[in-house]
Ligand binder design. Structure first.
Ligand SMILES: Nc1ncnc2c1ncn2[C@@H]1O[C@H](COP(=O)(O)OP(=O)(O)OP(=O)(O)O)[C@@H](O)[C@H]1O
Length: 271
């Protein structure tokens, strides 16, 4: 057994205070964009099969931290990342890591629904095809159907799979993007303000979906809405000016935070 596997097993067996295994872990994570430092030594555990919400005022570094979790910041030339981030105990910034594979394991859903200008079917089939997850059309059809079902979209689109994904409503497009992410069997799903472009009904559907998805996936969501964080997450991390001020069970953060900055933010005194 190699060291990484041992670390992964040890990691999965070591429960957090709420008795969940740690799926991802950040230790002393720093990010610079050129000269400007955006994150200052973030250490945060992401528990398995829970929704963790990252909250805080605009510009505090929530999205920057989220993007570190699947190395999305690698695509920004001026970004430099320090510290350590692990997935099942394995360092995701290790040279041996295949970033394409990492991003399949740690998928991402963006603020604005961004389906490809292709059919609904092709949007979902694309990932499994490029990752070689299926051997034939029947298997691919199966993955497409299952992913659309898990994203609570199947009933609305099953009769028009070959119509364009961009012809769907905003809320349906976002669920299509979730189906596309699910199709490559991720373990973690990162969501960067996934409902900010959606109306209240579509938002409610995506929130409901998050609650179901957490049974099979670990979810990290960046949100500006404290009501949303309170509704969907089990753990909440509050960021301010690039620092993780505090994190803990969502109930505690919203009812009896330890830090005055958290208290001020959740009571609307700033941000
Ligand atoms: N690509 C980039 N190049 C330079 N600076 C950046 C870049 N992306 C983010 N920043 C800076 O890093 C800091 C943190 O930004 P980030 O987007 O992570 O914050 P945020 O909390 O997600 O904000 P918001 O809630 O407004 O989306 C900000 O000062 C921002 O201007």
């Amino acid at each position: 057994m190699n060291m990484l596997t041992e670390a992964a097993i040890e990691n999965r067996l070591s429960p957090m205070s709420n008795e969940r295994a740690v799926k991802m872990q950040g230790r002393d994570v720093t990010v610079h964009y050129g000269e400007k430092q955006a994150l200052f030594g973030i250490s945060l555990d992401i528990p398995e099969n829970q929704v963790t919400a990252l909250i805080g005022p605009s510009g505090c570094g929530k999205s920057t931290f989220l993007r570190c979790l699947n190395r999305m910041n690698d695509t920004i030339d001026v970004a430099r990342i320090g510290g350590k981030i692990t997935l099942d105990g394995q360092d995701i910034y290790d040279k041996a890591i295949d970033v394409v594979e990492l991003r399949a394991r740690v998928g991402m859903v963006f603020q604005k629904p961004n389906p490809f200008p292709k059919s609904i079917y092709e949007n979902v089939a694309y990932g499994p095809r490029i990752h070689g997850l299926t051997r034939n059309k029947t298997e691919l059809d199966g993955i497409v159907e299952e992913s659309l079902k898990k994203a609570a979209l199947w009933n609305e689109v099953k009769d028009r799979l070959h119509e364009s994904g961009t012809g769907l409503s905003g809320g349906q497009q976002q669920r299509l993007c979730i189906a596309r992410t699910i199709a490559v069997s991720p373990e973690v799903i990162l969501m960067d303000e996934p409902c900010s472009a959606l109306d209240p009904i579509a938002t409610a559907k995506v929130e409901e979906l998050m609650d179901e998805l957490k049974q099979n996936y670990t979810i990290v969501i960046v949100t500006h809405s404290m009501q949303q964080a309170a509704r969907v997450s089990q753990r909440t991390a509050f960021f301010h000016l690039g620092v993780l001020v505090e994190e803990g069970p969502t109930d505690t953060i919203f009812t009896s935070p330890h830090d005055k900055r958290t208290q001020d933010y959740i009571t609307g005194r700033f941000g």
